[in-house]
Design a protein around this ligand. Sequence first.
Ligand code: ZN
Length: 466
Amino acid sequence: MKLFDTKAGEIRDFVPIRANQVSIYVCGPTVQSAPHIGHLRSALVYDQLARWMEHRGYKVTLVRNVTDIDDKVLEKAQESGKNWWALALENERLFNSDYQKLGIQAPAYEPRATGHIPQMIELIQTLIERGHAYQALDGSANVYFDTESWGRYGELTNQGIDQMVSEEASSDKKRAEDFALWKSIKPGEPKTAGWNTPWGFGRPGWHIECSAMATRYLGEHFDIHGGGLDLRFPHHENELAQSQAAGHQFANYWIHNGLITTSGQKMSKSLGNSVTSQDLFALASASAVRYYLLSAHYRSVLDYQPAVLQEAQTALDRLHGFLDRAERELANTRFAKLELAVLPTEFVAELDDDLNIPAALAVMHEIARAGNADLDAERIREAHEKRNQLNAMLEVLGLGPSQWSTEQSEEHRALDTLMAGLIRERNQARLNKDYARADQIRDQLIASGIELFDTSDSTHWRLTDG
Ligand SMILES: [Zn+2]
């Protein structure tokens, strides 16, 4: 298998450190708020990488952390009047429930930053002893990484040291480029958000968390480190520097997934165009969301607009449609039973080639088309083989009917039929300027725990939370 290694800047043959085993560390979310589409994509990319490597015979250990303490978590908690740890756990649960909805397999472990303070302290001590970190010049509990002491700083992103200022300037550090390993508690922050250390009371910097957790679960030398493209600098550059300065070999390959745009625009809170996972699941089935998120190469930008979900659903229906048709038409033949199949070589070749899922999907559509032609011409043996192959490929991508057949319950389908009628009536009432009736329908639905929302060309419904 070949993978694009960001550090090398090129596609490399994947060679595991330990025969037949793969260790992967992925930067998980900072659980300050509910997940958005970018979080889902990132988790799904590494889920798919792990699934494929498992299929290729490796024993995969995937670790994805949870950053449950951070400036933003503390800020959000203060705004909402909640305890920071309660807010973090609340959001962590939302993430897990959405990952599950999307069929993302649970990692081998999901360490929380706050559960690994001793490992962080130990790592920082090592860095201080080796002369790569120092306590703040003003005697506070801040500890900084000494970038000047580490000549290889910048090797992940190929930058000169002067380009790498990642934090606000501060008079308590030697150089602007030095980054925090440990932070003293700021005025107004709760005492519960700090720990005692040899250099004072405070909490970890973000980068040290991942270095400590990756090493704790995967060792000082592991195969793959992954995360979103936006994490390359400063987060990953700093992780790499501090881990290697501590004497660890750290990751052999650095993999980064592309980001998501909305109608061609960068997604951001200030533009008001970010898409939450709740928005996605309200507009489409989870399997269609999964298909859509897999439809661009993992290193490419994936653009979002509501129409793409319908396109994904149609494409997935086309694949499942062939399986359903083959099941019906082969039912009374000697090829009635679905059988295990060897994956087509071109499908395997595409996934081995830096996880080229869009090309693998194209292979699947080609086989579905050819399979339908076989059924048209009553070539039942050939149709049977293609059915088996397509089913096997869908399973590899987590899109197989076995996983999604119960996706829509009978209750959901019944409700959807009723809702279509009510939505039509409400929209007609609004056209007739009968706003009293339109509001009455909306209010009745809200009282039943259902909310309506309009997109540019249609109206949808979803169950309200709680
Ligand atoms: Zn990280």
